[in-house]
Design a protein around this ligand. Sequence first.
Ligand code: BES
Ligand code: MN
Ligand code: ZN
Length: 498
Amino acid sequence: MEFTIKSGSPEKQRSACVVVGVFDNRKLSLSAELIDRASNGYISEIIRRGDMEGKLGATLLLHNVRGTLADRVLLVGLGKERDFRDREFRQAIRNAVKLLNETGSYEAVIYLTEEKVKRREVAWRVEHAVVVAMDAVYRFEQMKSEPAEVRRPLRKLTLSVPQRSDLAAGEAAAARGLAISHGVDFTKDLGNLPGNVCTPRYLAERAQELGKEFPTIKVTVLERPQIEELGMGSFLSVTNGSVEPPRFIVLEYDQSPRKQKPIVLVGKGITFDSGGISIKPATDMDHMKFDMCGAGSVLGTFRAIAEIGPKLSLVGLIPTCENMPSGSATRPGDIVKSMSGQTIEILNTDAEGRLILADALTYAERYEPEAVIDLATLTGAMVVALGHVACGVFSSSDTLARALLAAGDDAFDRGWQMPLWEDYQEGLASNFADFANVGTRAGGSITAACFLSRFTRKYDWAHLDIAGIAWTEGKEKGATGRPVPLLTTWILGRESSA
Ligand code: BES
Ligand code: MN
Ligand code: ZN
């Protein structure tokens, strides 16, 4: 989809559709007011009849409104004016775009971006309008033999800003929103692909393609012999039961003016998690094709960053393999040696994410990083704790945690801080190895984070447990592309502060 920024009166737009807001209860926004005046009170007449109260989520499509140059006028309910915040703004845009995509307009001018949102500037509104619109029209149909064609899909959106002096900021914000959306779409596609297509080899190929598309990204793919050479015994133990070979993907983006220490992103890339010998129950096991969404988010974030091109240094590390049961699979009780030299008693082969991340986190040391962030669909307990709204943020540095939370708030891709106190470490004690890969069931997300912390002593580190936010269930089942917006926002914020 294409986006342009414009400043001008709604009644003068020659367009297939002009989109304006109405607040609850029956209060016209400024742009709705202008249409009302041009049409001799037609809008207020409709509102008097009770067809549009202004409730958030309501839409009303009008044709041939006199006094205007557009084919249609779409009224969108915005809810109570004093409650109009981030969530409400995004919801209104989503409703408008969904409706536009299902009706005859292949193009429209949206005035909702002129409405004031508490604490937010025009750039925020434009960026979010783009991200939400792209999210609303996303479809995954590459595996269907006959994709369901949208009759006249929405091709072009014009976003209106209050003043001509807002145009430049609006255009920059739209470009940024579009780059984030391209990253999000990439992450969604990878997540939605089934495990028999999206294998470790496939992920590596897509990473290499990304490197071709963006010459600023250097991609290196390590195969089994090199992974063995590095001594990644923890990572390799997870691949034992699978016939699909593992990959270790390294992405490097360095546009920093003086050789700066990089930020390192590490993504869990389990392309299917059966649980291994500690096999999972059958119900919803298909969801475990999404167990590479951490890896997908690293790739999506690189896509977004490379498109924007900030002057900084970024490294991506993706350990990727399948977790399968077989005669050669790792057994509960097996002890392996990680790249760090620490030995691990694998008491549960379903706690595999932390095993592959451990070695990637050790590998990260060679970059002497500014900070390392890992992203992983790590624990079911995280879904129980925070549901599908926020991801869990664990960090050895409160400053880093706060910066990530703030970026999540700005990007409306929110996280919530979880504790990492020493008290939780005790659960990992083992009688036979340095420590075990699981603790007690209670506080499962925290003991998982504690396990990772044992491989991150040499740098500032944060862990995002994205198990609850990486995909949605039910009718709209599919990958969300989160936390690409959070990460991209955080990374871009570091450029300006550097
Ligand atoms: N990939 C899963 C975590 C998961 C489960 C994410 C369900 C989203 C929904 C992870 O590898 C796993 O199996 N974790 C176990 C850990 C346990 C064995 C300590 C879990 O959460 O049950
Ligand atoms: Mn598992
Ligand atoms: Zn897993």
